[in-house]
Design a protein around this ligand. Structure first.
Ligand code: KIV
Ligand code: ZN
Length: 386
C-alpha cells in the first residue's frame, strides 16, 4: 500500500445536496455520480437512505450505475438507519456504510441528553451491527473538532476494535484552526493503539473559511482520506472543496501525496454541479471561479504575456480550461491591447498603437469590459462579420 496515497471521498450528493434549493432528482444524481467516477474519486457518498424514499432510491440507482468507486450510504447510530443503508446498497459492487454519533460534550449533553460512556457504547454497537452487512465501515465522530481529545481517542479505538475500517474526524461546525485540527489528527495517530487498522478521514466545514486549510493540516498529520464536495457546496458555509484539495496536492507534489483525481475533468464537473444545483460559483473562487485565470490589471497582463508563470501558479489546462484570459479594461496596458488585436488578425506594425491605445482608454472608461466587438468598432471595422 502506498502510504502517501490520499483517498478522495466525495459527498456532493449527500452533504452538498443538503443545501436548500440544491436538491437533485435521481436521474440528475446519476449523471453527477458518473462524472465523479470519471473524475477519479475513490468513494461517492450517494445519500442518507432513511431520510426519504427519494434518497433511498437514488442510492439504489447510483449503486447500479457506477462501478469503480465505493458507494457509501450515511446512517445515524441506530439499527433502522443501518438496515435502510444496507438495503439501498444492495446492488453496489463496492459498498460502505457510514455510521456515527456525536463526540463533543456539547452534542452528548444537548443533542443526546446522554453520557460519554453511553454514547461510546452506542457507537460500538452501531459499528458491530453495520459489520453484519458490509466489511467496509466508516465511523464518524460528529463534532470531533470540539471534542475532548482523550475521549475521542477512546471512542476511535473502540470503534476500530468493533470493526470500523475508516474513522472520520469531522470538524462539523468548522470551528478548528489548522494547527488545532492537525494536532488533533496527530494526537489520534499517537494515542489510538490500533490506528494502523484503519484510515483516518478528514471532513471539514467552512464556517470560518478554513475547511481546505484544515483538511490539508489533517493530511500532513496522518489522515489519508479527504471528504470534499464539488465547488465546496454543503451545509451553511459549505464543505471542503474537492478541486482546491486536489490542486493543492498536485501543485505541492514535492510533499509526495497523490490522489486518483484526473484534474482535467475539474472545470467540467464544477460547471455541471453548479448548473444542476442552481448554485453559482463565486467569480473569485479558487481554481474554478470565473476570474481564477483571468488577468485584468496592466502590470499582471504584461507579466503573464511575457511568461505565464509570472502570475499563474496553476496551468489552466490542468483543470480542463483551454487557456487563461486577458480581460481588457481601463486598467489594461498596451501589451494586452496588442495581444487582442493580433488575435483578431490586425498587423501591429501597421498600426499607430499609441493613438489606438488613447482611443481604447477613452472607450474603456465608459465600460466595465472591452469585448472583441468593441475592438472592431475601435478599429473602424464595427460592421465586420466576426
Ligand atoms: O459534518 C458532519 O459531521 C457530517 C457527518 C454526518 C459526517 O456531515
Ligand atoms: Zn458534514
Amino acid at each position: 500500500m502506498d502510504n502517501n496515497r490520499v483517498y478522495v471521498f466525495d459527498t456532493t450528493l449527500r452533504d452538498g445536496e443538503q443545501v436548500p434549493g440544491c436538491q437533485l432528482t435521481t436521474v440528475e444524481k446519476i449523471i453527477v455520480a458518473k462524472e465523479l467516477e470519471a473524475l477519479g474519486v475513490d468513494v461517492i457518498e450517494a445519500g442518507f437512505p432513511i431520510s426519504s424514499p427519494g434518497d433511498f432510491q437514488s442510492v439504489v440507482e447510483i449503486s447500479k450505475a457506477v462501478s469503480e468507486p465505493v458507494i457509501c450510504a450515511l446512517t445515524r447510530a441506530n439499527t433502522a438507519d443501518i438496515d435502510a443503508a444496507a438495503a439501498a446498497l444492495k446492488y453496489a459492487k463496492r459498498k460502505r456504510i457510514h455510521t456515527g454519533i456525536g463526540s463533543s460534550d456539547m452534542h452528548i449533553k444537548y443533542k443526546f441528553n446522554s453520557t460519554r460512556e453511553n454514547i461510546l457504547e452506542r457507537a460500538v454497537e452501531a459499528v458491530k451491527y453495520a459489520r453484519k452487512f458490509v466489511d467496509d465501515i466508516e465511523f464518524y465522530a460528529e463534532d470531533a473538532g470540539r471534542a475532548d481529545n482523550e475521549y475521542l481517542a477512546r471512542m476511535i479505538e473502540a470503534v476500530i476494535a468493533a470493526g470500523a475500517t475508516v474513522v472520520n474526524i469531522p470538524d462539523t461546525n468548522g470551528y478548528c484552526l489548522p494547527e488545532q485540527y492537525g494536532a488533533k489528527i496527530k494526537y489520534l495517530m499517537d494515542h489510538v493503539s490500533n490506528i494502523d487498522k484503519a484510515i483516518i478521514s478528514v471532513h471539514c466545514h467552512n464556517d470560518l473559511g478554513l475547511a481546505t486549510a484544515n483538511t490539508i493540516a489533517g493530511v500532513m498529520n496522518g489522515a489519508r482520506q479527504v471528504e470534499c464536495t464539488i465547488n465546496g457546496i454543503g451545509e451553511r458555509a459549505g464543505n471542503t472543496s474537492l478541486e482546491e484539495v486536489a490542486m493543492i496536492l498536485k501543485t505541492h507534489h514535492a510533499l509526495g501525496y497523490t490522489t486518483g483525481i484526473n484534474s482535467k475533468k475539474i472545470y467540467e464537473i464544477s460547471n455541471l454541479v453548479s448548473n444542476m444545483m442552481r448554485m453559482p460559483v463565486q467569480p473569485n473562487k479558487a481554481i474554478v471561479g470565473r476570474n481564477a485565470f483571468a488577468h485584468s490589471s496592466g502590470i499582471h497582463q504584461d507579466g503573464v504575456l511575457k511568461h505565464r508563470e509570472n502570475y499563474e501558479i496553476l496551468n489552466p489546462e490542468d483543470i480542463g480550461l483551454q487557456s487563461n484570459s486577458i480581460i481588457l479594461t481601463a486598467r489594461s496596458g498596451r501589451h494586452a491591447l496588442k495581444h487582442h488585436l493580433e488575435r483578431l488578425g490586425y498587423k501591429i506594425d501597421k498600426i499607430n498603437i499609441d493613438e489606438v491605445y488613447a482611443r481604447f482608454l477613452e472607450m474603456a472608461d465608459t465600460k466595465k469590459e472591452i469585448t472583441d466587438h468593441d475592438l472592431l468598432v475601435l478599429m473602424g471595422d464595427g460592421n465586420a462579420d466576426h
